[in-house]
Design a protein around this ligand. Structure first.
Ligand SMILES: Cc1cc2nc3c(=O)[nH]c(=O)nc-3n(C[C@H](O)[C@H](O)[C@H](O)COP(=O)(O)OP(=O)(O)OC[C@H]3O[C@@H](n4cnc5c(N)ncnc54)[C@H](O)[C@@H]3O)c2cc1C
Length: 893
């Protein structure tokens, strides 16, 4: 770590050229650096001398804040035989130079929860261990320089209040009262979080280590993990520079080294993160020393943060042009010793002086540059890796590792103990990524975008701009020339909507809004075409698996995994959940019985790795049972609309009316010249139409034929925004948005998809039976906004609090404008207030139907009507029960 003393130098940027000349006179920061406590971090003396145990139940790699938190929480949950290995000294990695801010102002709820827990944990650690942690409840101020930022802070405030976190939206003059240095002239308001705190990170690290050691965790410093040994897909041992340790579990908390460590083993593990340099400045004590309880300032529009530090200030930021760290071929010490870079820091310094002009005369103590790891989607990486059983990861903290470590360590420990944490951590689950996000080039480009994004304003439906065009459908170029605008999911490009020729849209930057977006009419026209004629949407990104066997094994496995009955005649499609032991959705999919012993499984795009590992985990080791990921083999076209059957009938010479091809059936057909197209009568929207699964070599031909024949039926391209509007107005829940591992089919009105009496016992059956007996305590509802002006009011997105009779009753999970109802529709969960003993109470239809509902959008409440069923007028398709149809009608072709 490099740092320079800037004694008697003022902060003004005009000094920078001179300061740079002083570079050579800098001294290197050693040991604990800026955190002044004299105590050495080692827990057990010079532990290198201690012999390495030959065996342990769990080996944790990394003695930073994350590794020690995992050790602490595992020990608290009763685990014994835990060994923590650290290549240097405890807390010698990024934790050593962490800025020490523990704030709950995080973008998503699970992150707020983790930070909230960490804050309470760090507050009581001193009492628990006797180790001083430097905990000071300073509170923090998130500033808004413009109305859009203010809206996003108000949205955050609504969300935090739902979690019971104390926060207030305040005026600029109140900011001035709370902070003596802040220039408020360009501010429109702020969010005040009184419970936020600052700590000394190495001391918290030390306290966690002391507490863990007290509970029997063996901590070995100066021991470097070289590789993890794997046999038959399971962790068996860890090889270190001091010998090997046999173990059942390995937890990689190796921070920025976790990527390389994953690659170092013979069985490679993808840990998609990449290091970037991260800077902050320290001043000497100010003339009038800043009181220790002065609030932390987070000025995202200025890209800076600042906290009190030893009478002076510590201020860092997230610059627009970050510097990724290239680790290959460099030793670890070299990576840690990052050079200061005043030119690079200059924009942040200027922003700081704009925000706190009186700092002009402050003296610089030090410019710190320390590596931190960032991930492709700004969320940390948690959980068991998909390929290796027993290999867990907790890393990639995106500059919030201190704030997250307590909560994240707790959830990971719960996960390892009970099979799943007590909160929904899907947004952090390492299984949301696969190998494809682990290429070095992808990571490098993406982290260059991620680091500045941390402080950029996020509006509904923003997209990453880097790492694009990685996975595309064969129709990509064809659709692009027809005006497709793209979004990315799991590396796959998906059309959002199609800009008609001659229509100008705003540039990406200008189109950012919390209000009515510029694509409103375009998507409206696509929806209208889906309702009245026919549209085609390229949905090739869907996950697709084929499960086959020589005997009944495939059916037996699916009957065990799925809540619905899969023992259906060949050609039937079954919508079903794959549930966990608690009855929650691990996967929501459509399964097609292709033949007696083969099935086609269609899952959401981002479930590719998660669903694969779920099936694999439960699959018997039987050479006659085979699972294949065929996602890349098929292009999927969704033909939506009443004229879809006319288009397909013309192309296949087969009648496609509901009489001949009822809902939820699949037939292999020829379409144009192409054979072997899997045609399925479903659209994922509740509208009539068909999904076509086309072997990729035929994709362009089939698409061209469909578009050509479709002309006379008014066909046009459509995108996912139209699909979203259609499915939400029909009350269709989507996995990852509305459904998760904590939602059961009974809670979202899908009991009809659970076959309790089928021959095979399925995972989650017991839990569902119990829930049916006890009554569900929350319910998925549709909320139609009233008195909401689409032109002028803020639009809902997701995560908005829902009030019933003025009492908090739940939150929304997704929302869309319904062009049919000409209203906004939100989907979400509501529950009744807790019972007398603080226990959840069963929800009744009366509770739902009789309440006065409101949806809180950025602090403004809009009345809403809650519904348990969609408006029947939205369904135009003439339905026939598949049981009524003679199977013989469906064979052939
Ligand atoms: C300048 C800066 C300021 C920050 N400020 C804040 C803040 O104010 N608030 C906040 O919440 N977060 C902040 N962060 C982020 C936070 O510091 C990090 O996210 C956190 O410290 C990461 O902790 P960790 O345990 O994952 O990593 P580390 O602290 O880097 O620990 C990883 C450990 O693993 C060890 N290791 C690696 N490989 C091996 C191996 N093969 N064998 C044995 N040991 C190994 C390393 O030696 C290291 O000690 C900041 C980061 C930086 C860079």
């Amino acid at each position: 770590m490099s740092s320079c003393v800037r004694s008697s130098r003022a902060l003004s940027p005009v000094m920078l050229p001179r300061l740079r000349l002083l570079h050579q006179t800098g001294y290197r920061l050693v040991g604990r650096g800026l955190w002044t406590s004299p105590r050495c971090l080692t827990v057990s003396g010079d532990s290198q001398l201690l012999p390495l145990p030959r065996q342990a139940r769990v080996v944790i790699c990394g003695g930073g804040i994350v590794g020690t938190s995992v050790a602490y929480h595992l020990a608290r949950l009763g685990w014994t035989d835990i060994v923590l290995l650290e290549q240097g000294r405890l807390g010698a990695g990024t934790t050593r130079l962490c800025a020490g801010i523990v704030s709950v102002a995080k973008p998503i709820s699970i992150e707020c929860q983790m930070a909230n827990y960490s804050s309470s944990l760090y507050q009581q650690l001193e009492e628990e261990t006797g180790v001083k942690t430097g905990y000071v409840k300073t509170g923090s101020l998130c500033l808004a320089q413009n109305q859009d930022r203010f809206i996003s802070l108000k949205r955050l405030a609504s969300r935090l209040k739902v979690m019971g976190i104390n926060c207030n939206i305040i005026k600029p003059k109140e900011v001035a009262k709370l902070h003596p240095l802040v220039n408020i002239h360009d501010l429109v308001g702020a969010l005040h979080l009184p419970e936020d705190a600052v700590v000394s990170p190495p001391d918290v690290n030390h306290a966690l280590a002391v507490a863990s050691a007290g509970q029997g965790v063996q901590i070995m410093e100066r021991t470097s993990v070289q590789q993890v040994l794997v046999e038959k897909g399971c962790v068996t041992a860890v090889e270190t520079d001091r010998g090997s340790i046999k173990c059942e579990y390995f937890v990689s908390c190796a921070g920025q080294w976790a990527y390389e460590l994953g690659q170092a083993s013979e069985t490679k593990v993808s840990v998609p993160l990449h290091g970037c340099e991260h800077f902050y400045l320290l001043t000497k004590p100010l003339q009038e020393p800043l009181p220790p309880k002065t609030p932390v300032v987070i000025d995202m529009d200025g890209r800076i943060y600042a906290r009190p530090w030893q009478g002076g200030l510590l201020s860092g930021g997230f610059e627009k042009n970050p510097k990724p760290i290239f680790t290959e071929g460099r030793n670890q010490l070299e990576i840690q010793n990052m050079q200061e870079d005043w030119d690079h820091f200059e924009p942040m310094l200027s922003a700081l002086l704009r925000r706190m002009p009186s700092l002009e005369s402050a003296e610089i103590h030090q410019l710190v540059n320390c590596p931190e790891s960032f991930t492709p989607d700004m969320r940390c990486l948690m959980g068991e890796t998909p390929g290796v059983s027993g290999y867990y990861v907790l890393a990639g903290m995106n500059s919030s590792g201190l704030a997250f470590a307590g909560g994240a360590g707790k959830y990971l420990a719960e996960w390892m103990t009970y099979g799943y944490p007590t909160a929904n951590v899907w947004p952090l689950d390492i299984k949301r990524f696969g190998n494809l996000q682990s290429s070095r080039t992808f990571l490098r480009h993406r982290v260059m975008e991620v680091m500045p994004l941390l402080y950029e304003l996020k509006v509904p439906r923003w997209d990453f701009q880097t790492g694009r065009q990685l996975r595309t459908s064969p129709l990509y170029d064809r659709l692009d020339t027809q005006g497709a605008r793209w979004m990315e999911k799991h590396g796959f490009e998906r059309p959002k909507y199609f800009v008609p020729p001659g229509k100008d849209l705003l540039s990406l930057d200008q189109s950012k809004t919390f209000y009515k977006p510029d694509w409103f009419d375009i998507v409206g026209a696509e929806v209208k075409c889906c309702k009245e004629a026919v549209c085609v949407i390229d949905m090739s990104s869907f996950t697709k698996f084929e499960l086959t066997s020589t005997g009944d094994q495939a059916l037996e496995l699916l009957q065990h995994l799925c809540a619905n009955d899969l023992d259906v005649p060949v050609g039937h499609i079954v919508h079903t959940g794959m549930l966990n032991e608690r009855g929650g959705y691990e996967n929501d999919c459509s399964v097609v019985r292709l033949s007696k012993n083969s099935f086609f499984i269609i899952s959401p795009t981002d479930q590719q790795v998660h669903c694969w590992s779920w099936i694999k985990k439960h699959m018997p080791n039987d050479p006659h049972l085979h699972l294949e990921d065929v996602s890349w083999k098929y292009t999927a076209l969704n033909l939506i609309g009443p004229r879809a059957m006319d288009v397909l009938a013309e192309l296949s010479y087969v009648s496609m009316t509901p009489d001949h091809f009822p809902s939820m059936f699949c037939k292999e057909m020829s379409v144009g010249y192409a054979n072997g197209i899997r045609v399925m009568s479903m659209t994922h929207t509740g509208e009539p139409g068909f999904m076509l699964y086309i072997p990729i070599e035929y994709a362009l031909h089939v698409y061209n034929e469909v578009m050509s024949v479709g002309q006379k039926y008014g066909i046009r391209n459509a995108g996912y925004y139209a699909l979203r509007s259609l499915r939400i107005e029909k009350f269709f829940a989507f996995w990852g948005q509305d459904l998760d591992a904590f939602t059961t089919p009974l809670e979202c009105g899908r009991e009809f998809r659970v076959k309790f009496d089928k021959d095979t016992d399925f995972i989650g059956r017991e839990a569902l039976l119990q829930q049916r007996q006890d009554g569900v305590t929350r319910r998925f509802v549709m909320l139609v906004l009233e008195d909401h002006d689409t032109e002028l009011d803020l639009w809902p997105w997701w995560g908005e609090p829902v009030y019933r009779n003025d009492q908090l009753a739940g939150t929304t999970t997704s929302s869309a404008y319904s062009y049919t109802l000409e209203r906004h529709v939100c989907l979400g969960f509501v529950s009744p207030p807790l019972g007398p003993e603080g226990l959840p109470t069963a929800i009744t239809p009366d509770f739902i139907n009789r309440g006065d509902y409101e949806v809180d959008i950025a602090g403004q409440r809009y009345p809403a009507k809650a519904k348990l069923y969609p408006f029947s007028s939205l369904f135009t398709q003439q339905k026939r029960r598949k049981d009524d149809i003679e199977l013989s009608n469906l064979q052939g072709k």
